[in-house]
Design a protein around this ligand. Structure first.
Ligand code: FES
Ligand SMILES: [Fe+2]
Length: 448
């Protein structure tokens, strides 16, 4: 459990808050590269409580600008994207991807005065099928994270994203909550028991609902191992990294490697980015089809403009399973099909996390009231995550200590592993797989 004050530190991400400033030390995924085309429609986004618009200019260069025109605060989203700039349609002020003013359409002496006008633009990079943003001090830009999945060739990875209506930590905590997989994502078909429905996160037949957890803190956060019994003197190990503040990896057996990132939209919403990649081979059509038909992830066709509680609209991918229809829970399926009766892994997660008891006055799900929890040994990774991230935020706020990974992206050079093995202890496993797990090897990185 957390005190109400600690919970506030954990969840509030606006500029000037301890956690908000911590996030502003890092490069963050913003949108998929595929969402914007040259001279095409801009996309509205909000990250860390700041409203923005992303577009790709005539030369293919990506810009992320303040959502509102500096003239009379009109929305830039309705602007014209043409001839290497985005023009506000209210009075014709035009800006390039760096935020410089190219034209003051309604000003008689616009050419003489345009140099005085600027719109806020954010540093961006396009890597790993994603547009990344840096929202902090431009004189102190972070080292780009050396995540293997972001640096493989474009055809070897697949990324999607969706909105979850909870604070960022609620989503991230689900990723390091290993034991929920055995329940929330369980099939009622015993031959599949232990597997996440349809995705076989664990090899079929492995059946241990109460994994033993061991954990080791590292410079990027921590690595932890979940050990399940898999037979006589045999264990199923999943070794997973918690790479603060937003990255994790999943040890699964269908796609070679996968994981997610949780980027705060504001205090009450988070954008989940889910990646899958092969280090050596392109993603096959069959794999892409599974990813895009919604079994595990919201299908890409459900891209919509979505209004947040305060009226701001963002563009994102939304599943048809939402709170208003109880995530289309099917009680017959729940009887003999799946444990939850809800279709799809992420829908199952959202159904739970978007409806947790919140702190008073803001409605369910948005910020879980962590002062009321009853945590036990299965929750050690979550407890550790909170302890480390709150300390990082307060060290930055109180002492100016920057997080190590912001200045050394190579700390993210790690791989999750899963194995059925006779090895009994976490320490022994780390001796064998330490290089992968702890980041002492450097996978080949494509040029950034
Ligand atoms: S408000 Fe944008 S040009 Fe006037
Ligand atoms: Fe889950």
């Amino acid at each position: 459990m957390l005190s109400p004050e600690e919970n506030e530190v954990l969840c509030r991400v606006g500029a000037g808050t301890p956690m908000g400033e911590l996030f502003r030390c890092f490069w963050l995924p913003a949108i998929l590269s595929s969402e914007i085309e040259a001279d095409g429609s801009p996309r509205r986004l909000r990250l860390l409580g700041e409203d923005m618009v992303a577009f790709r200019d005539s030369d293919g260069k990506v810009g992320i600008l303040d959502a509102y025109c500096p003239h009379k605060l009109a929305p830039m989203f309705y602007g014209r994207n043409e001839e290497c700039g985005l023009t506000c349609v209210y009075h014709g002020w035009k800006f390039d991807t760096d935020g410089a003013c190219m034209e003051l359409g309604n000003e008689p002496d616009g050419e003489d005065h345009k140099h005085r006008v600027k719109i806020r633009s954010y540093p961006v990079r396009e890597i790993g099928n994603l547009v990344w943003i840096f929202m902090g001090d431009e004189n102190n830009i972070a080292d780009f994270p050396h995540l293997e999945w972001a640096h493989v060739d474009a055809e070897k990875s697949h990324v999607t994203r969706w909105l979850q209506r909870t604070n960022w930590a609620q989503g991230f905590e689900g990723e390091i909550d290993s034991s929920h997989i055995s329940f929330l994502h369980r099939s009622m078909d015993n031959s599949l028991r232990g597997s996440a429905v349809g995705t076989s996160i664990a090899p079929p037949g492995i059946w241990d609902d109460a994994p033993e957890l061991t954990l080791k803190e590292t410079d990027y956060g921590f690595v932890y191992g979940a050990r399940r019994r898999a037979g006589e003197n045999l264990y199923y190990w999943r070794m997973t990294q918690c790479m603060l503040p937003i990255f994790n990896q999943i040890a699964n057996d269908v796609f070679p490697r996968s994981g997610r990132c949780w980027v705060p939209v504001d205090d009450y919403n988070v954008m989940a980015f889910s990646y899958v990649y092969n280090a050596d081979a392109p993603i096959t059509q069959e794999q892409a089809d599974i990813l895009e038909t919604g079994r595990s992830f919201p299908p890409l066709r459900d891209y919509v403009a979505t209004e947040l509680d305060d009226g701001y609209v963002i563009d994102t991918f939304i599943s048809k399973n939402v709170r208003g229809n109880d995530y289309l829970i099917d009680r017959d399926v729940q009887t003999d099909g799946t444990y939850s009766g809800i279709f799809g892994l992420t829908n199952q997660d959202r159904a739970i996390q978007e409806n947790m008891r919140s702190i008073p006055g803001i409605g369910p799900g948005k910020i879980a009231d962590r002062s009321r929890e009853y945590l036990m040994t299965a929750d050690v990774p979550v407890i550790t995550f909170r302890k480390i991230i709150i300390k990082m935020a307060m060290d930055l706020a109180d002492k100016g200590i920057r997080p190590k990974a912001a200045d050394d992206g190579s700390l993210y050079n790690v791989r999750a592993i899963s194995a059925v093995t006779e090895i009994e202890t976490f320490e022994e496993l780390l001796e064998i797989h330490g290089a992968e797990c702890l980041g002492t090897v450097t996978p080949a990185m494509a040029a950034e």
